[in-house]
Design a protein around this ligand. Structure first.
Ligand code: GLN
Length: 237
């Protein structure tokens, strides 16, 4: 990113995929960048519009089965997100957005629906809806603290060799095989809502640092209070 330009945050398809406050992820990124003196510019790309290829950090959220299918079709036809990721953009894909990044996912009747094939994974309908708090320990290679969030999905996700599990589940379901989420290059997929970046500001900094380099620390007292409150509540269950 040139030092004189604003960091471009792209929120994909607010009209289709915007459940559980996932849009808060954009606010957290803006806030954490701005507190480091980095100017930001956030673009909300509706599903009728092309996805720009020159953004820095892309976000896509969760949604119901029907809008998820529509979003997958439009993203595949558009190709802008795929080109942006190929250029090195960061991407956080949550829940329905995460499933869409794979080769296939389960539709509203469980039928296989094509994803966009950006990540080496596939999803299908699981035996039961996974609903509740999720706690997971992140892959040590990423150096991030324990993840917290909540999940609400029918899908289970199987990872291929082209991606690494993001974390190991301590509480909750995640991918359905003991792991939660995945990462590859500058792309992170996860089932975490919360929104994920408000619950896990270190994950926000990871996405930012992939574009702007090392970031100085911030006073995260309020984030930490929220995290500790959630960990205590989950462990008391
Ligand atoms: N429709 C998908 C599922 O149930 C995703 C749900 C969501 O995004 N919350 O698995």
């Amino acid at each position: 990113m040139p030092s004189d330009s604003a960091l471009s945050i792209v929120w994909i398809y607010p009209d289709l995929l915007s459940t559980y406050g996932d849009q808060g992820n954009a606010l957290v990124l803006e806030h954490r960048a701005q507190r480091r003196g980095i100017r930001t510019e956030t673009v909300h790309v509706r599903s009728s519009d092309p996805v720009p290829e020159t953004g820095d950090v892309y976000l896509i959220g969760g949604g119901e089965d029907r809008p998820q299918i529509l979003a997958a079709e439009r993203l595949r036809r558009d190709g802008g997100l795929q080109r942006a990721v190929a250029r090195g953009a960061s991407l956080l894909a949550v829940c329905a957005g995460y499933q869409i990044m794979g080769s296939t996912f389960g539709g509203e009747e469980g039928q296989p629906v094509d994803g966009i094939g950006l990540l080496d994974l596939s999803s299908a309908r699981g035996p039961a809806r996974a609903v509740g708090e999720l706690v997971a320990e992140v892959d040590a290679a990423l150096g991030l603290p324990t993840l917290t969030g909540f999940e609400n999905h029918m899908g289970v996700t199987r990872l291929g060799p082209g991606v690494k599990p993001l974390s190991k589940v301590v509480k909750g379901v995640g991918n359905g095989d003991g792991f939660e989420g995945c990462y590859a290059g500058h792309v992170v997929g996860t089932y975490l809502h919360g929104p994920a970046l408000a619950r896990n500001p270190a994950l926000a900094d990871l996405l930012l640092s992939w574009r702007v380099g090392e970031l100085g620390p911030l006073d995260d007292t309020r984030y930490e209070q929220l995290r500790q409150e959630r960990f205590s509540a989950v462990m008391a269950q």
